[in-house]
Design a protein around this ligand. Sequence first.
Ligand code: NAP
Length: 232
Amino acid sequence: MNIAVLGTGVVGQVLASALAAKGHAVMMGTRDVQQALAREQKATGAQLTLAEWHRQNPQVGLGTFAEAAAFGEVVVNATSGFGALPALEAAGEANLDGKILIDVSNPLDFSRGMPPTLFVANTDSLGEQIQRRFPGSKVVKTLNTVNAYLMVNPRQLAGGDHTLFVSGDDAQAKATVAGYLRDWFGWEDVIDLGDITTARGTEMLLPIWVRLWGALQTPVFNFKVVRQAAGQ
Ligand SMILES: NC(=O)c1ccc[n+]([C@@H]2O[C@H](COP(=O)([O-])OP(=O)(O)OC[C@H]3O[C@@H](n4cnc5c(N)ncnc54)[C@H](OP(=O)(O)O)[C@@H]3O)[C@@H](O)[C@H]2O)c1
């Protein structure tokens, strides 16, 4: 499948590598390809600069947000919270129309340092803002509650026995994405929370996620929802 991964940070790199390793044709999107490749700094949490990463992953195409979105049958938004709407605007509504848009972004505001705050919460979410702006795309919010390396390899922790969430207005798109999460990466426990307003809940997990990271001194952890079996 042709997959667009919008974003050149650690999430974009890890997702693009993992999807390409699965045999998918992947194009990563950025504002400016030459500028992104010229960056000498590694993205936060990344092991390589983008140029080094691309030398190791030459099968992944690099293009503008619009080129990548046009290429993808499915589009993944792995841009920063503040960058998400501008990046998708640059990707172009026509290139997103009718497509599943997997949104892994979080509305984190680091402008006052650590810990970050949420720039949208309670009565709205970034997932909803994206769905409202791009009504022709099927936004499915997921993977935003786990670290990049855990996204693509849940079995590295507790044999994969932990929980992921999906939020979105299109039931078929959510079921399709739950299938992708299982087939691409091995996610087994995926809870469909409901419509896109439920993204408020998963985005609002971030304040506790960040504090757990500090307390546990590792980003490799996750939530596991323990519940009564149906009918009990
Ligand atoms: N790090 C994790 O483990 C993790 C886990 C779960 C969810 N997330 C979420 O996943 C997303 C990506 O995280 P990340 O750490 O990989 O990368 P990031 O540093 O948050 O975002 C990098 C990407 O955002 C784009 N961007 C930034 N400002 C922009 C703007 N004004 N207009 C257009 N694009 C803009 C950059 O474009 P260029 O390529 O042009 O520079 C780059 O591709 C974030 O929303 C984050 O909260 C991260």
